[in-house]
Design a protein around this ligand. Structure first.
Ligand SMILES: *Cc1c(COP(=O)(O)O)cnc(C)c1O
Length: 454
């Protein structure tokens, strides 16, 4: 006899007692079970509708249950669900690689597939390392990386090593490799004596000092272009990325651009690097690559790096790295359909009024008594709550101000997830203006209520 389907209560109990949720204190976890979704709306087990204000953790692009994406995955299922990339390929994966190099910043001509943002970064780190070992002439002493305070590149040990979020990463310090770390090039808490106008130059001088001193041992600079997302949507000064590219070229250090969060249209261009006319040596994509449907990631790179790995089989210049499901055809089909929808629906053009609307909401919120800074790049927004505006004094994180904002928003039917004291608004690019208004109003009301006691 078939088993009875579980009751809603059983599911909640199992969710609380058996499932170990990512980045979640399980002693406090309150189950929220999403049964299905439509467009930008999540629908829970009780039929309650929640607007998805953070794109299911920054990955949904064209909405949930998009007919074009649904059909692409179904059609692929009728062909084959999975083909390995070890020694063979599926046409859809090959087509995706070609599409990506066609639209990527000029010079990125090869695509390595994996399945998550962390693995895409891991691949970039190892590729950069091995490149210096075996290029001609070899530079085997180039083994170290430059990364940034507050950076987030994923949770595998390599990507944690180049990360810099103390609360996530400090515990694992003994397991990590050393990096040369620079302060985050932020625009809110500026170093003493540095003006907003002088910030870009200041941070580039810092980088140049490190490169000038250390370049013989540096393999690569690892950066989240324009916005350090998990850091709290920290925005870099305009011009910084271009300056980093110029300096890394001058000192013969590779540039790894982690576009896992900012790529795929988020900033208003398909790739964040386009805003500053930059081609990195390695570019990582994941999250939005499949429209938020399936785990798939890529590391794009140049012909120069590719060439250093070619040779006779016995020379062992092969890139000895791979993931079982890398380049999975279901994911590749979803990614190709995602790119098709960008064209068919002119997603980037359609975004323009939404970005403006979001900016208008943020300008209003910026005046609230405990809003320290509002930050925006395209459809990425972070609203930093502070105890004291003049001194930028943060709220102690134990006070959970961000979480409280999101709890209020949830009661208004809007799902948000904060980064500490930063309220994040990062809806699917397909969000409608009316939906965006609802998300922003819920966030604003939540901020008011979560900060009314000072
Ligand atoms: C989310 C994120 C990652 C990690 O991606 P996963 O798919 O969660 O492994 C890496 N880099 C950046 C910039 C991210 O935002």
């Amino acid at each position: 006899m078939p088993a009875q389907p579980p009751t809603a209560q059983q599911l909640r109990d199992w969710d609380r007692q058996i499932v170990w949720h990512a980045f979640t204190q399980m002693a406090e976890y309150e189950p929220l079970l999403i049964q299905r979704a439509e467009g930008c709306t999540l629908i829970d087990l009780d039929g309650r509708q929640l607007l998805d204000g953070v794109s299911s953790l920054w990955c949904n692009i064209h909405g949930h249950r998009h007919p074009r994406l649904d059909a692409a995955v179904r059609e692929q299922l009728d062909q084959v669900a999975h083909v390995t990339l070890l020694g063979m390929a599926h046409p859809v994966t090959v087509q995706l690689a070609k599409r990506l190099v066609d639209i990527a910043p000029a010079g990125l001509r090869h695509v390595f597939f994996s399945d998550d943002g962390a693995t895409a970064v891991e691949v970039a780190l190892k590729m950069a390392f091995q490149y210096w070992q075996q290029r001609t002439p070899g530079r085997p002493e180039k083994t170290c990386y430059v990364s940034y305070d507050l950076a987030y590149h994923g949770d595998t040990l390599g990507s944690v090593s180049v990360g810099g979020v103390a609360r996530f990463h400090e515990m694992f310090r003994p397991l990590l490799f050393d990096v040369v770390r620079l302060p985050a090039p932020e625009t809110y808490r500026l170093p003493p004596g540095v003006s907003a106008a002088g910030a870009c130059g200041h941070y580039l001088e810092q980088l140049e000092a490190v490169l000038a001193r250390e370049h013989p041992r540096l393999a690569a600079v690892v950066i989240e272009p324009l916005v350090q997302a998990a850091a709290g949507m920290i925005t870099h000064p305009p011009g910084y990325l271009r300056g980093v590219r110029e300096l890394t070229r001058r000192y013969d250090v590779l540039l790894i651009a982690d576009e896992v969060a900012v790529g795929m249209g988020r900033t208003g261009r398909m790739f964040a690097c386009e805003h500053e006319g930059v081609t990195p040596d390695l570019l990582c994509l994941a999250k939005g690559l499949t429209g938020g449907y399936l785990p798939l990631a890529v590391t794009l790179t140049t012909d120069e790096i590719w060439q250093a790995f070619l040779g006779d089989y016995a020379q062992s210049r092969t890139f000895f790295h791979g993931h079982t499901y890398g380049g999975n055809p279901l994911g590749a089909a979803a990614a190709l359909a995602t790119l098709d929808v960008f064209e068919e629906e002119r997603t980037l053009e359609q975004m323009v009024p939404k970005v403006e609307r979001l900016a208008a909401h943020l300008r209003r919120m910026a005046d609230a008594p405990h809003v320290g800074q509002v930050r925006q790049r395209g459809l990425i927004a972070g609203i930093e709550l502070v105890r004291d505006r003049p001194t930028c004094e943060p709220y102690p994180w134990e006070e959970r101000r961000g979480i409280r904002v999101c709890q209020h928003a949830l009661r208004e039917g809007v799902w948000l997830r904060p980064l500490g004291n930063v309220v994040v608004i990062m809806p699917p690019l397909s969000i409608r203006l009316g939906e965006l208004d609802r998300i922003c109003h819920a966030a604003e009301a939540g901020i008011r209520r979560a900060t009314e006691d000072g």
